[in-house]
Design a protein around this ligand. Structure first.
Ligand SMILES: NC(=O)c1ccc[n+]([C@@H]2O[C@H](COP(=O)([O-])OP(=O)(O)OC[C@H]3O[C@@H](n4cnc5c(N)ncnc54)[C@H](OP(=O)(O)O)[C@@H]3O)[C@@H](O)[C@H]2O)c1
Length: 178
């Protein structure tokens, strides 16, 4: 899953790049690519975005006021459903569960990360730290301001740390407070 703003700004294809991982998915009886999901309230999603034209099934979770607009824009490119007048994350995740999603990877951006973390809905955080110093104050951030569970003194449990080239990936369990 990615937020609509990440789609508009980065225009990612959002694929499983590893041949071996795709082959393993098929060997396990799953589709070569996992379902790709985005969320939008405005419905401002161009049909030209790469997301719609690569990989497997696509799903747009939106709200009542935008559902017809997104369907008209995308046609057969994606399944489009409304989860109500506002996007309630519990209902949205229930809908994904009904569609067989057992593990959801949320790739950002910060707006959707902030909501899911503030509502205590993430089981794991995989934080990839690249050796780059970003000085622009307007640069995208992992999380924004919110009332996070437990407040700023609650420590998440570290599950593991590993290096991938020059990037370090830390896996946290945010619901398990140290
Ligand atoms: N470093 C990284 O690994 C990484 C990863 C991902 C993204 N990014 C960066 O993050 C930036 C984008 O992040 P962002 O925080 O601006 O946006 P975002 O989280 O990608 O998307 C936010 C948008 O998602 C929709 N949305 C979010 N919550 C919703 C809700 N409760 N109900 C309905 N729609 C909802 C809205 O779309 P509408 O406006 O259409 O209503 C909202 O504007 C980009 O610059 C990208 O490069 C970085």
């Amino acid at each position: 899953m990615i937020g609509a703003n990440t789609m508009r700004r980065d225009n990612p294809r959002l694929l499983v790049n590893s041949d071996a991982r795709r082959a393993q998915r098929v060997a396990d009886g799953r589709p070569e690519y996992p379902l790709k999901v985005t969320v939008t309230a405005s419905g401002d999603l161009s049909a030209d975005l790469k997301f719609w034209h690569h990989g497997g099934e696509k799903l747009v979770l939106t709200v009542d006021s935008a559902v017809e607009k997104v369907r008209a824009t995308l046609g057969d490119l994606a399944d489009v459903i409304s989860v109500g007048p506002d996007l309630d994350w519990d209902l949205a995740l229930d809908e994904l569960g009904r569609r067989g999603v057992e593990r959801l990877m949320v790739e950002g951006g910060g707006t959707i990360h902030t909501q899911l973390m503030a509502q205590n809905l993430a089981d794991e955080v995989h934080l990839a730290i690249a050796p780059l110093l970003v000085g622009q104050p307007e640069a995208a951030r992992f999380l924004g301001a919110a009332d996070y569970p437990g407040g700023s003194t609650a420590r998440m449990t570290v599950l593991d740390v590993r290096a991938v080239g020059d990037v370090v990936v830390v896996r946290y369990a945010p619901k398990e407070r140290a």
